[in-house]
Write a protein that binds this ligand. Structure first.
Ligand code: PXP
Length: 245
C-alpha cells in the first residue's frame, strides 16, 4: 500500500493569478479525498505566492484524511505549525527566486533550525518528514534530528532520461533502503507524472507519494477526480512490479 497525497498548491496559483475567490483549494482538497487521496499536502511559502495562511486554516478544518504542511525551517513557520497542528510537517528548502522546490533540504548544514522545528512537532504530536536528496549523510542526519520520515526528492529522476534516469533510480533505491534500515518511513515526490511514477512506486520501502503539478495539469483536461484516480492506477502498476521482483 502506498499513500497518495495530493498537493493542491497550484489550484491556489490559478486563483491568485486573477485575484478571484476561485478555484478554491479547499474544494479541490475535498474532491481529491472523494477520488481516494489518502492525504492533502500544501506548501505555505514565505512569500505566500500560492497557499495563504487562511487556506491552511480552512484546510485544517475541512480535510478529513490527513493534512501535510510543507514549510521552511524558520521560527515564523514553526509558529504556524504550532497553531495549525497539521498531521504532518514536511520541511523543505526555500529560496525566493526559485520556481519550485529545487533540491533537497540540507539537514547536515541546518541541524539547529531543523532541530528546533522538530521540537515543536514533538511537543504537538506532529509527524516530522524531511524532504531530502537520497544521500546517506542527509538520511543519517534526518534520523539524528528526530524525523520519523524522509521524503526523497525525485526531481532529478523526473528530469533525466535513458541510462541517466536508470542510474538516478538506483540512487533512489539505495537511499530508500538505507532510510528503512534506520527505521525511517520513506516518502517520495517532485516532478512525478502518471508515467514516471510507476518506477518510483516500484521502489521498495516507498510508502507515500506527494504529487502536485501533474495532477493539477491533468485535471485541466480530465477533471480532478479522473486525474487522481489515474495516478492511483499508475501507482498500483508500480506496486505490482515491486511484488514481481
Ligand atoms: N513534495 C515536496 C516536498 C514538494 O515541495 C513538492 C512541490 O511543492 C512536491 C512533493 C510535489 O511536486 P510536484 O508539484 O512536482 O508534483
Amino acid at each position: 500500500m502506498i499513500r497518495l497525497h495530493i498537493n493542491i498548491d497550484h489550484v491556489a496559483t490559478l486563483r491568485n493569478a486573477r485575484g478571484t475567490q476561485y478555484p478554491d483549494p479547499v474544494y479541490a482538497a475535498e474532491l481529491c479525498e472523494y477520488a481516494g487521496a489518502d492525504g492533502i499536502t500544501c506548501h505555505l511559502r514565505e512569500d505566500r505566492r500560492h497557499i495563504r495562511d487562511e487556506d491552511v486554516d480552512a484546510l485544517r478544518r475541512s480535510v478529513k484524511t490527513l493534512l501535510n504542511l510543507e514549510m521552511a525551517a524558520t521560527p515564523e513557520m514553526a509558529k504556524v505549525a504550532a497553531k495549525v497542528v497539521p498531521d504532518v510537517v514536511t520541511l523543505v528548502p526555500e529560496r525566493r527566486e526559485e520556481q519550485t522546490t529545487e533540491g533537497g533540504l540540507d539537514v547536515v548544514g541546518n541541524e539547529a533550525s531543523v532541530a528546533s522545528v522538530a521540537e515543536v512537532c514533538e511537543k504537538n504530536g506532529i509527524k516530522l518528514s524531511l524532504f531530502i536528496e537520497a544521500d546517506q549523510r542527509q538520511i543519517e542526519a534526518s534520523r539524528q534530528v528526530g524525523a520519523r520520515q524522509i521524503e526523497i526528492h525525485t526531481g532529478a529522476y523526473a528530469n533525466l532520461a535513458g541510462q541517466n534516469r536508470a542510474e538516478e533510480l538506483s540512487r533512489l533505491r539505495r537511499g530508500a533502503e538505507h532510510a528503512a534500515q534506520l527505521g525511517l518511513e520513506v516518502a517520495a515526490g517532485h516532478g512525478l507524472t502518471r508515467h514516471n511514477v510507476v518506477d518510483v512506486a516500484a521502489v521498495s520501502h516507498v510508502s507515500e507519494l506527494n504529487i502536485g503539478h501533474a495532477v493539477v495539469a491533468d485535471a485541466v483536461f480530465l477533471g480532478l477526480d479522473r486525474a487522481v484516480r489515474d495516478f492511483r492506477a499508475a501507482i498500483q502498476r508500480g506496486i505490482a512490479l515491486r511484488e514481481k521482483r
